[in-house]
Design a protein around this ligand. Sequence first.
Ligand SMILES: *[C@@H]1O[C@H](CO)[C@@H](O)[C@H](O)[C@H]1NC(C)=O
Ligand SMILES: *[C@@H]1O[C@H](CO)[C@@H](O)[C@H](O)[C@H]1NC(C)=O
Ligand SMILES: *[C@@H]1O[C@H](CO)[C@@H](O)[C@H](O)[C@H]1NC(C)=O
Ligand SMILES: *[C@@H]1O[C@H](CO)[C@@H](O)[C@H](O)[C@H]1NC(C)=O
Ligand SMILES: *[C@@H]1O[C@H](CO)[C@@H](O)[C@H](O)[C@H]1NC(C)=O
Ligand SMILES: *[C@@H]1O[C@H](CO)[C@@H](O)[C@H](O)[C@H]1NC(C)=O
Ligand SMILES: *[C@@H]1O[C@H](CO)[C@@H](O)[C@H](O)[C@H]1NC(C)=O
Ligand SMILES: *[C@@H]1O[C@H](CO)[C@@H](O)[C@H](O)[C@H]1NC(C)=O
Ligand SMILES: *[C@@H]1O[C@H](CO)[C@@H](O)[C@H](O)[C@H]1NC(C)=O
Ligand SMILES: *[C@@H]1O[C@H](CO)[C@@H](O)[C@H](O)[C@H]1NC(C)=O
Length: 838
Amino acid sequence: MITHIFEMIRSVNLLFLFFFLISLSSAEISLNSTLYASNPSQTWFSSNKTFSLGFVPISSSFLAAITYNGGSVVVWSIRTPVDSSGSLRLLPTGDLILAHGNGSTVWSSNTSSMGVTSASLDDTGNLILGNASSTVWSSFDYPTDTIVPSQKFPAGKELTNGNYSFTLSNLGNLTLLWKGSGSITYWNQGLNSSVNATLTSPILNLQPIGILSISDPSLSDDAVLYYSSDYAEGSDILRFLRLDSDGNLRIYSSSRGSGTTDVRWAAVLDQCRVFGYCGDLGICSYNNSNPICGCPSQNFELIDPSDSRKGCKRKMEMANCPGSATMLQLDHALFLTYPPELSSEVFFVGISACRLNCLVSSSCIASTSLSDGTGLCYLKTPEFISGYENPSLPSTSYVKVCGPVVPNPSSLEGAQGKGSSLYAWVVAVVVLGTLLCLILVEGGLWYWCLRKSPRFGGFSSRYALLEYASGAPVQFTYKELQRSTKGFKEKLGAGGFGAVYRGVLANRTIVAVKQLEGIEQGERQFRMEVATISSTHHLNLVRLIGFCSEGRHRLLVYEFMKNGSLDNFIFSSEDVLGKFLNWENRFNIVLGTARGITYLHEECRDCIIHCDIKPENILLDENFNAKVSDFGLAKLINPKDQRYRTLKSVRGTRGYLAPEWLANLLITSKSDVYSYGMVLLEIVSGKRNFDVSSETNQKKFSVWAYEEFDKGNIEAVMDKRLREQPDVDMAQVVRALQVSFWCIQEQPSHRPTMGKVVQMLEGIAEIGKPPAPRALTTEGFVGGNNINISSSVSALSTFAASAPAPSSVSSLQTAEVSPLTSSGRIKNPENATASLLG
Ligand SMILES: *[C@@H]1O[C@H](CO)[C@@H](O)[C@H](O)[C@H]1NC(C)=O
Ligand SMILES: *[C@@H]1O[C@H](CO)[C@@H](O)[C@H](O)[C@H]1NC(C)=O
Ligand SMILES: *[C@@H]1O[C@H](CO)[C@@H](O)[C@H](O)[C@H]1NC(C)=O
Ligand SMILES: *[C@@H]1O[C@H](CO)[C@@H](O)[C@H](O)[C@H]1NC(C)=O
Ligand SMILES: *[C@@H]1O[C@H](CO)[C@@H](O)[C@H](O)[C@H]1NC(C)=O
Ligand SMILES: *[C@@H]1O[C@H](CO)[C@@H](O)[C@H](O)[C@H]1NC(C)=O
Ligand SMILES: *[C@@H]1O[C@H](CO)[C@@H](O)[C@H](O)[C@H]1NC(C)=O
Ligand SMILES: *[C@@H]1O[C@H](CO)[C@@H](O)[C@H](O)[C@H]1NC(C)=O
Ligand SMILES: *[C@@H]1O[C@H](CO)[C@@H](O)[C@H](O)[C@H]1NC(C)=O
Ligand SMILES: *[C@@H]1O[C@H](CO)[C@@H](O)[C@H](O)[C@H]1NC(C)=O
């Protein structure tokens, strides 16, 4: 009986032992056990069931992961998902593997030859494979995107999520990196400077109460970095640090059993400042406080309409868009710029130069002018750009697009509620009402003041519109122009297309009226050309105010330039006082002219080759700002008229004509660059480029100037009067000369584009040493060849004016010239395409 009782006690004991063993085995994972993705409820638990290892369903596949709260928080995972046939095995060899259903291994802990005897998931969330003496492998040592308390994150380890990465440097800096195309650091925080220590092997910890700190042998106490907003609050809360897929690093709290997580701290406060958040060319903005991604304009479309974070692409790629690149302007927007991007792309230039420099640079795809007082302009060249738009940003950005800009429908209206649109209506009504009242009152006053004035009746409705605010050219009658020029009395000059007279319009604007000669084009064609010219607005281009087309009369009315043309200043004899331009003025003119021509070549809708750049065609306003005149006129000449064939085939002025004019080659924008180079040389030297004298060794001045420049004899080339000026910026002078020699290279392809010229003059682009403009064997002696013959003929005569053309030119007269190609317009400013000579 007693033995019986004994037996019973023993078996109960055994039962207890059995149950004890079972509960232990839930923490220990024995060798040769397997989890199947097809049964996600099957898991390996930590001993007090805080954490579990198993399969977590994500969309249509399964992730092998260590989770908290029964799967709601993933704290570690094997990155590659598997389908439902997948399995996670702890092999008898001690290797933990994730395998597909067909047996192929996806992932392995590579511990097969290390004598692994046990595996366990502990209550801190660490999965440990151990042998008899030590830990062989642990999930804490291979973090994915999350750190939990008691997990040590030393320097050299990395959290990753998509293209984002988080690291701790040896100096204790926390760094967030974007590693798409290139590597961009968008967040970098060091230790508080009050921590006086040189770290040796820093370790980042997240303390269970929600404090992010760094420990190091050289620190007596942990250096606290950040406190979560709920630190030291509550109990039984898991805090964890995670690098999220949106590139932000956050501390979360999740209380046991709740299944919810709350953000308690974020590294980047302004989510839109996370590089690449909206993908390439995507623009991040806020809808209420949620970041949203969009495209810069309707010239773009989302790469993946179901995921706006994938970025945008151009509907028309820039590579397929020669010559019609325009800059889309984005107000209150910037393109994120972080190290190491910063260094090579940052310039101190104004907002329009920021736009222009990008437009003319083939590698630039976007630019940002910060407008925050730093004067900084970033030209973005990498393939990947990340945008941010917010009404609070002072910056203005530009993106290169193909063809006309198609703006986004106003997103503000969509985002704002009905209340604010009502508010907008009220504002609009009040403003309009006030305006109307003002106009009525002003009109009344005008009438009251002027009703007795005899001129009042003379005001035609057209002159009331003559504010030409609209930019449309005003049409004048011949009579009106006759009256305003007092019968074409005061002649200002005679250009290649006809004489220019001073006139005063009825609204007292002083104008220059150009009477075109030899133009017998149809009315429509003429109006079209006028429209083109008058739509070409630039600070450095003379503005067309109006025109007259009546019978045989074709006149153009331009704004009047008080200081006349540049040649009067640079070539005037030394004793004419007050006509001396100092270096500062000259350099401004040099730059202004270059900008004006750049606009003609590269920016306006119908690009124009000027074909006749010379000092006579560069006018100066009262502040000595350069304004290029006479552009766009080449097309006005009637191509069928034999008389003007020569004129049109070889327009332009000798001395400024590029060699390709005479060599029967393609005429391109580079031909203008050549002429500009000659003008530039003249502005520096005060000498005509083709002057030949004993002073220049019987060589053409431009040739001689290069030789002197090559010898380093800059002063000899400079205008004598400039040499006496005390504060000449010699670096600018040298730059100007270098640019000029580059521009007058014989080979068009060796010459820079006008946009590049602007950059070189501004000192933004590097300038190499210019080679000799022409091969010295064919150059340097008057009459050496055709080019020299033609370029040594008198300066001011255009080919139109000079009757007998040189032989090389007369052979051109027979060339077939189509009206379109003779227009002097170009489709592609960079490539040689406009074949003027057939
Ligand atoms: C592993 O387990 C399977 C059954 O699940 C069994 O057939 C096999 O013999 C075991 N292998 C070893 C080495 O224990
Ligand atoms: C096994 O299946 C996976 C997909 O389930 C496939 O990617 C892999 O190539 C297959 N491997 C072999 C060896 O068939
Ligand atoms: C295991 O080894 C393979 C091949 O050497 C390697 O690709 C893999 O990253 C290793 N796994 C781990 C967890 O280190
Ligand atoms: C346990 O693993 C360590 C390496 O992690 C190794 O050096 C040691 O020899 C292993 N012990 C046994 C008994 O295999
Ligand atoms: C489980 O263990 C961890 C670590 O020892 C402890 O923080 C946690 O409070 C435990 N949870 C329960 C429910 O006992
Ligand atoms: C990483 O960036 C590249 C472009 O730089 C992109 O093609 C890729 O899709 C990105 N990867 C992820 C996971 O977002
Ligand atoms: C560390 O971070 C600080 C900002 O807190 C920064 O000024 C410093 O340059 C960083 N150091 C390194 C080596 O990145
Ligand atoms: C550094 O820490 C001290 C106190 O420990 C604090 O007053 C100071 O503001 C901190 N400086 C920075 C830059 O965080
Ligand atoms: C930092 O510590 C060194 C010695 O450990 C001391 O000489 C130095 O003055 C300290 N600097 C500051 C700013 O406290
Ligand atoms: C902005 O958010 C509201 C709701 O919060 C949503 O209805 C609206 O579509 C969002 N607008 C955009 C442009 O995403």
